[in-house]
Design a protein around this ligand. Structure first.
Ligand code: GDP
Ligand code: MG
Length: 177
């Protein structure tokens, strides 16, 4: 995952937001380290991880920020959003409440972040199909109405995680180029 001596053309800050336990930290672990843990500890302290990848022959360092167990409403500080050019708004497809809170997260994001921020709505834990509480159509409809990208992912099975990040990073890349 990247040569440390590589020259960097762009650094894109992307923030992960959404209720506690939806899988934000595991999505990041999957993307940054191709890792997953079933008993992940609640995140402590604001943290980010990076991964450098190539988009159209340019090296792009993705700096992905993960909330620090600050998922209570309005506890995420404005410093977290500062400079972010992308956001991943995550819910758990097996927990309806985490989807019902998405409009709040979106409102908070829009009030703190740059107005051109690229946002993707992510329904994580798609492997829990037998416990599904959020129909794909509901989320798709919401995303269309709000002008968001949308994907269902499984950090556990590594489904669509790469695609979700590439969707956001490529869109940001196209905006700045
Ligand atoms: P966060 O609070 O949003 O950062 O959530 P975590 O990443 O800590 O994950 C919360 C719990 O959900 C942990 O037990 C994870 O192992 C589990 N989890 C995360 N992603 C998935 C997934 O895609 N599928 C399943 N089945 N469990 C997941
Ligand atoms: Mg976490």
């Amino acid at each position: 995952y990247g040569d440390p001596n590589q020259k960097i053309d762009y650094v894109f800050k992307v923030v992960l937001i959404g209720d506690s336990a939806v899988g934000k930290s595991q999505i990041l672990a999957r993307f940054a380290r191709n890792d997953f843990s079933l008993d992940s500890k609640a995140t402590i302290g604001v943290e980010f991880q990076t991964r450098t990848l190539v988009i159209e022959h340019k090296s792009v360092k993705a700096q992905i920020w993960d909330t620090a167990g600050q998922e209570r409403y309005r506890a995420v500080t404005s410093a977290y959003y500062r400079g972010a050019v992308g956001a991943m708004l995550v819910y758990d497809i097996s927990r309806r409440q985490s989807f019902d809170h998405i409009p709040r997260w979106l409102e908070e994001l829009r009030s703190h972040a740059d107005k051109n921020i690229v946002i993707i709505l992510i329904g994580n834990k798609s492997d829990l199909e037998d416990q599904r509480a959020v129909p794909t159509e509901d989320a798709k409809e919401f995303a269309e109405k709000e002008g968001l990208f949308f994907l269902e992912t499984s950090a556990l099975q590594a489904t669509n995680v790469e695609t979700a990040f590439m969707t956001v990073l490529t869109e940001i890349f196209n905006i700045v180029n």
